[in-house]
Design a protein around this ligand. Structure first.
Ligand code: AMP
Length: 283
C-alpha cells in the first residue's frame, strides 16, 4: 500500500490510474481507524478499481475549545488496518500541505448546517465541506464514502455535491456498532470504564424512541422527553440535543411521520458523542 503525503504525489498516483482507465473510490477519515471506517473502505473496495483513503485530522472543523490537539492519532496502526481492508493508497498530508500560509477560501452549505450539530458546533460544517471539497478536487474520485453515524454530515456533503456540480457519487454506509450497541467512534477512546457504560445511553435512548414510535406514539415531544429521561438516568451524561426531525430537511417535527430522523448528541464526561437512527413512519 502506498503512503502519499503531498498533493502532488496524489495527483501523480491518480493520473497513472486514470491513464489505465481505472475507477477511483475515496474514503475520507480523520484516522484512528475502527471497523466503521473499515466498512467504508470495504464498500469502496467492492465498487472501485482503486481505493484511496485520506487520513487527516482537519483543524478547520474543530472549534477553539474542542479536542483537535488531543484527537487520537496513530498512522502506523492505521496503515496496517487500511491495507487489510483493501485500501491501495493512504493520503495523510500535513496541516500545512492542506492549509498553507495565507489560506483564505471556505465552502459553506446554508440551512442544513444551522441545526443539530451545526447549532452546537459553529463553523464545524464549514470546515468539513471545505476539506471535503479540497479532497474531491485533489483526488477527483468517481465515488466517495461516508458513514450514517454522521448523518447530518452525509446529508450536507450530498447537498454540496449537488449544488457545486461535483461529478462524484456519494455513498452512505450503515453505522457499525459494538456488540452492545454503542456506535464505533475514534472518540470512544476517551471514555473511562464507567463512562463507557453511560455511553450506552445514546443507543438505548434511540431504541426507546424507536419502540415508542413503532407502538404508535406520534407526539415528538413525548418521545423526546422519554429519550431525555433515559439519557440523564446515567452518570456523567449531559444532553447537547435530542432531535426528532424530517430526515431530508432536518426540520424539527411536532407530529411524527414520513422519513424520520432521531438524532442525539450527548456529553459523557468531557466527550461529546453522537448517534442517530432513521425510521419510515407511514400511517
Ligand atoms: P471520522 O474519522 O470520525 O471523521 O469518520 C470518517 C468517516 O467514517 C465518516 O464518513 C464517518 O461517518 C464514518 N464513520 C465513523 N464512525 C462510523 C461508524 N461507527 N459506522 C460507520 N461509519 C462510521
Amino acid at each position: 500500500m502506498e503512503l502519499l503525503q503531498t498533493i502532488a504525489a496524489v495527483r501523480n498516483y491518480v493520473a497513472a490510474a486514470r491513464q489505465r482507465g481505472l475507477s477511483i473510490g475515496l474514503v475520507p477519515t480523520m484516522g484512528y481507524l475502527h471497523e466503521g471506517h473499515l466498512s467504508l473502505a470495504r464498500a469502496a473496495r467492492q465498487q472501485n478499481d482503486v481505493v484511496i483513503m485520506s487520513i487527516f485530522v482537519n483543524p478547520t472543523q474543530f472549534g477553539p475549545n474542542e479536542d483537535f490537539a488531543r484527537y487520537p492519532r496513530d498512522l502506523e496502526r492505521d496503515r496496517e488496518l487500511a491495507a487489510g481492508a483493501g485500501v491501495d493508497a493512504v493520503f495523510a498530508p500535513a496541516v500545512e500541505e492542506m492549509y498553507p500560509a495565507g489560506y483564505a477560501t471556505y465552502v459553506q452549505v446554508e440551512g442544513l448546517t444551522e441545526v443539530l450539530c451545526g447549532a452546537s458546533r459553529p463553523g464545524h460544517f464549514r470546515g468539513v465541506t471545505t476539506v471535503v471539497s479540497k479532497l474531491f478536487n485533489i483526488v477527483q474520485p468517481d465515488r466517495a464514502y461516508f458513514g450514517q453515524k454522521d448523518y447530518q454530515q452525509a446529508l450536507v456533503i450530498k447537498r454540496m455535491v449537488r449544488d457545486l456540480n461535483f461529478p462524484i457519487e456519494i455513498i452512505t454506509i450503515p453505522t457499525v456498532r459494538e456488540a452492545d450497541g454503542l456506535a464505533l467512534s475514534s472518540r470512544n477512546k476517551y471514555l473511562t470504564p464507567e463512562q463507557r457504560r453511560s455511553a450506552l445511553s445514546l443507543h438505548r435512548a434511540l431504541n426507546l424512541g424507536s419502540d415508542l414510535i413503532k407502538a404508535g406514539e406520534r407526539e415528538a415531544a413525548a418521545v423526546r422527553r422519554a429519550m431525555e429521561k433515559e439519557i440523564t438516568a446515567w452518570p456523567e451524561t449531559r444532553i447537547d440535543y435530542v432531535a426528532i426531525s424530517d430526515a431530508d430537511t432536518l426540520k424539527p417535527l411536532e407530529k411524527i411521520g414520513g422519513r424520520v430522523l432521531l438524532a442525539l448528541a450527548v456529553w459523557v464526561g468531557n466527550t461529546r458523542l453522537i448517534d442517530n437512527v432513521v425510521l419510515e413512519v407511514n400511517d
